[in-house]
Ligand binder design. Structure first.
Ligand code: ACO
Ligand code: ZN
Length: 408
């Protein structure tokens, strides 16, 4: 056991600091991160590896996907709890003063807001307790090795594997590379099971019915949960359709991402979960998947909205998509268009249309109705700030019958 005592100096801020080792779960201090700077952390868990303790830390300024195991030498034992908290508050104050609203939207991956808004305190505590430590460190999928982001409820025999190996086509997972190689010699799938409903160049979309392809769908859920925090994926896959986006070449169709959709949604959701696998992120595939979900809604002659809560990255992607789609239409129609017409053209639910236009200060509520104000200069300015448009969906290439009409 070790103890480090700080001097009680003249400054009233400085206080007696005594740290006992091993550190307790719940201790707040600072930790050296990959930018070589010290950031405030809380110790979430600890474990003994050989003769030393490793600590699982959550960085107060960052999303939970960046939680990680660290060794004692990365931790600054001199940082008191009060210092650490003060630093976060200073940072928030500073950023609030210096950033414009648009700059705030364009935050990098470490400084995105947590997606906790729609959780009540009790369920959030329960969720965080069960999922507090990542159980799988890495996965191998096709030609990628990918670091995971969150806990996923794999069967107990797989928990605490540092690495899992997935067949990129049927999504079967095993603990050892040799097992995967053996599997690959036998597995004859070269694309997701189900129907190819879209093909444009090398991009393909497959529709997989959770009832008809149960094992594939369950494996997909286990895999996806590694990158989705606030989603319960243990529900019945029978009730869902899965839309798998692939990049195809002569070796097969390689999964890039997917979204799931309830066969019947009482709340009007047109998408349950969306994921772009990390090696493919920030290339426009997310906006493609979102656009695709609205194309399906248009075919169903319905409006739709994604299931809540949205994650930080989900919210950024949706806001970006809604902004761009609505601004393009307003520009074309010089603002002479109603909310109803906007929802009819886009299949975006009216609340999301209104919310987006309110954020952009393009709409006012006057005398009991909404009035859209679309000054061309303002539209251009917003369009410039709205980010890239993402990969386009060509609706003429979609060959699809809604589930209800398929007899579902
Ligand atoms: N930092 C800042 N902004 C980001 C980041 C990031 N790391 N990632 C995406 N964005 C924003 C940007 O505005 C980006 O547009 P831009 O590149 O033009 O600036 C926009 O989101 C979308 O970018 P895409 O390249 O189209 O999206 P991507 O393929 O990266 O997929 C997705 C977005 C699906 C949200 C991805 O980040 C992901 O899979 N995250 C993990 C799972 C998740 O959080 N899913 C959403 C949960 S909510 C739900 O399922 C209903
Ligand atoms: Zn396989």
């Amino acid at each position: 056991m070790f103890d480090s005592s700080g001097e009680d100096g003249g400054s009233c801020r400085k206080r007696k600091n005594r740290v006992l080792l091993p550190l307790e779960v719940g201790t707040k201090l600072t930790c050296r991160w990959r930018d070589d700077k010290y950031h405030p952390v809380t110790i979430i868990e600890r474990k003994k590896v050989n003769d030393e303790y490793h600590y699982y830390v959550h960085y107060s300024e960052f999303n939970r996907r960046l939680d990680e195991w660290v060794k004692l030498d990365q931790l600054n034992l001199d940082a008191t709890e009060a210092d650490a908290v003060e630093k976060v508050e200073d940072k928030v104050r500073e950023s609030g003063l210096k950033m414009t609203r648009h700059q705030k939207r364009k935050i990098d991956e470490t400084h995105v807001e947590e997606g906790h808004e729609d959780f009540d305190a009790a369920s959030l505590r329960e969720h965080e307790e069960i999922t507090k430590v990542k159980n799988i460190g890495k996965i191998e999928l096709g030609r990628y090795e990918i670091d995971t982001w969150y806990f996923s409820p794999f069967p107990p025999e797989y928990s605490d594997c540092n690495k899992l190996f997935f067949c990129e086509f049927c999504l079967a997972f095993v603990k050892r590379k040799e097992q995967l190689q053996r599997h690959m010699r036998k597995c004859d799938l070269k694309h997701p099971p189900g129907d190819e409903i879209y093909r444009n160049g090398s991009l393909s979309m497959f529709e997989v019915d959770g009832r008809k392809n149960k094992v594939y769908s369950q494996n997909l859920c286990y895999l996806a949960k590694l990158f989705l925090d606030h989603k319960t994926l243990y529900y019945d896959v029978d009730l869902f359709l899965f839309y798998i986006l692939c990049e195809c070449d002569d070796r097969g169709c390689h999964m890039v991402g997917y979204f799931s959709k309830e066969k019947h949604s009482e709340e009007g959701y047109n998408l349950a979960c969306i994921l772009t696998l990390p090696p493919y992120q920030r290339k426009g595939y997310g906006k493609f998947l979102i656009a695709f979900s609205y194309e399906l809604s248009k075919k169903e002659t319905k409006v739709g909205t994604p299931e809540r809560p949205l994650s930080d990255l989900g919210l950024l992607s949706y806001r970006g998509y809604w902004t761009r789609v609505l601004l393009d239409i307003l520009k074309k129609h010089r603002g002479n268009v109603s909310i109803k017409e906007l929802t009819d053209m886009t299949a975006i639910r009216s609340e999301d249309v209104i919310n987006t236009l309110q954020q952009l200060e393009l709409i006012q509520y006057r005398k009991g109705q909404y009035v859209i104000c679309a000054d061309p200069k303002l539209l251009d300015r917003h369009l410039k700030a709205a980010g890239r448009s993402g990969l386009e969906v060509d609706p003429s290439k979609l060959i699809w019958t809604p589930y209800k009409e398929q007899g579902g």
